[in-house]
Structure formats: C-alpha cells, structure tokens
Design a protein. Structure first.
Length: 202
C-alpha cells in the first residue's frame, strides 16, 4: 500500500494554519550568532567537515540576505552545493521519504512550481516574520527538494529569511526537533519558538 502523500497533507495544513498569531520579532542584531555557535559546537564535534561546509553555506545565505536575492530553488541549490560538497544539487526526480518511511513526499508535474510559489511567500510583508521563517523552514522540509541534506537546507532557509530583516537568533539548537506534515499545532509552535528565541536575548 502506498503511503499517504505527506506533501499534499502539508499544503492543506499550510493553508489552515493561523500564521497571523505568530509573535512580533525585535529587529536588532545580537552579539551571539546562534547558527555559527551551533556549527562550532555540536556540529563540529560530530563532524568537522560537515560543520565547515555548513558555515560556508551560511556565509552565502547571509550574503544573499543582505543583497535581497530572491528566495528560489536556484538559491537553495547554491547553498546545498556547499552543504554537500558537490558541483550540482538538483531537484529530486522521484518521491522522497523521511522518518523511516512514514512520510512520503510525492512528485508531480506541479511540485517544483508549487515549491517556487511557496518560497516567494517568504517575503510577504503581510505575514509576521516569525511565521514566514517557520513556514519557509517547513516548506523545505516537506517539499524535500534534495536527495540529501534537506534538514540543513530548511534551517539555512529559516535563518536567511530572518537575516533579510536583520534578525539573528542567539540559539538554533532548540529548532532541531522533528516536525510532522500533518501537525498544524506544531507548525504554529515553530513560529512561536522563533519568537521565544528572539526574546531570550533581551
């Protein structure tokens, strides 16, 4: 029996989630860069090369934020080449699976176009920034565009969306929890967590 298409489920949840309840963020740079600290600490202890590649990708993502480069698959692909140490990072060519096969992300003729449309919404000023960052993170997680490294791509996307508006979280470790496509409360909770991390430095 074919597993439910969790990407289709996410797109329904995405529309139903009340993103407007997300907390407002304070636009002030912090002295502590949580992403860099996470790479230098837990990631480096696990794998020094992985940490170095992540930091290289993060440098690109931050520079792209400063330039206000449009967030699209080409941008994510450039970061992912750094993350994986490869020359090309293409969109997947078949269904993808995660969580030991319990979530399946389908691939149709519209998947890439739908992903592009979702990414464009990351700069919608009518939606709270915390919600946009959380939603973009989950978009990458559940569209699962790459054959490998999607969790890292999702986190890079989140910090990029925040950096476009001069927000750097002092911690990113708490964001590293499992998220499910059929969990609207969890989606809203991610936006709330971003707000909590933003306030924790004040």
């Amino acid at each position: 029996m074919t597993a439910t298409d969790s990407l289709r489920t996410w797109l329904l949840v995405r529309r139903e989630t009340d993103w407007y309840q997300a907390p407002a963020l304070r636009r002030e740079l912090t002295a502590r860069d949580g992403f860099r600290a996470w790479c230098a600490g837990p990631v480096h202890r696990r794998d020094a090369i992985r940490a170095e590649r992540l930091l290289s990708a993060y440098t690109l993502a931050r520079a792209d934020a400063v330039r206000r480069t449009p967030l699209d698959f080409a941008l994510l692909s450039a970061w992912q080449c750094e993350v994986l140490g490869v020359a090309k990072a293409l969109f997947r060519t078949g269904d993808a699976y995660a969580k030991n096969g319990t979530e399946r992300y389908g691939l149709t003729a519209r998947t890439q176009a739908d992903f592009a449309a979702c990414l464009r919404e990351a700069t919608d000023p009518g939606v709270p920034l915390a919600a946009r960052a959380a939603r973009a993170y989950l978009d990458v997680a559940f569209f699962h565009p790459f054959t490998d490294g999607n969790a890292r791509a999702a986190l890079l996307t989140l910090v990029h969306v925040l950096a476009r508006e001069d927000i750097v979280l002092p911690e990113v470790g708490p964001l590293q929890t499992t998220r499910y496509a059929d969990d609207p409360a969890g989606a809203a909770d991610l936006a709330a967590l971003i707000g909590l991390l933003n306030r924790s430095r004040h």
